[in-house]
Design a protein. Structure first.
Length: 181
């Protein structure tokens, strides 16, 4: 029971103090999950986060479910998911009650402009962190470049790009192992 409470509170902390969605949460996830609690390694967290992006639903909730399951199976998943979602629900309800009355005020619009800039910086930091862990050689860079270009030049579904990148990783790994024999 103690671990379930710790999962809930840890993810509630992440949910309460990160803004802008799943990508901006990654630095806080890393701090809480990897550095503070040692529930995952950096690489495991990147893997869980990557898979969470591919699944339907909110990245933060998906990631919390993976981590919670890793710690305490189904009860851990539930505790972590409720923890990460709880602050958002409370904050959104409070803001919904206030924002309709104050959204047109210049100070509120200025605050949102500042928050957007901050979220952009957090997303950029996340991209740099993911880059360091994902782009480990020329082949990884080639997969990155191909997916990046195809995503801008076509309207292929993102799930198809992710699947193609996954298959590419499997093929490259198999070719490397075959060449090592």
């Amino acid at each position: 029971m103690r671990m379930l409470i710790k999962l809930f509170l840890s993810f509630a902390y992440v949910g309460a103090f990160t803004f802008g969605g799943g990508y901006s949460m990654l630095p806080m996830f890393k701090r809480v999950i990897v550095e503070k609690n040692s529930w995952l390694t950096d690489l495991e967290m990147t893997d869980f986060f990557s898979v969470s992006q591919c699944l339907p639903g909110v990245i933060a909730v998906n990631s919390s479910v993976f981590v919670g399951y890793r710690q305490k199976k189904l009860p851990g998943s539930i505790a972590a998911a409720l923890g990460v979602a709880f602050p958002s629900i409370v904050i959104i309800l409070a803001l919904a009650a206030l924002i309709t009355n104050f959204a047109s005020y210049p100070i509120v619009q200025s605050a949102f402009a500042g928050i957007r800039v901050c979220v952009g910086a957090l997303i950029l930091k996340t991209v740099v962190d993911l880059w360091k862990q994902a782009i480990v050689d020329k082949l990884a860079l080639a997969i990155f470049a191909a997916v990046f270009l195809v995503s801008f030049l076509t309207s292929l579904p993102i799930a198809l790009l992710i699947a193609a990148a996954g298959v590419s990783g499997i093929v490259i790994s198999a070719l490397r192992k075959g060449g090592a024999k």
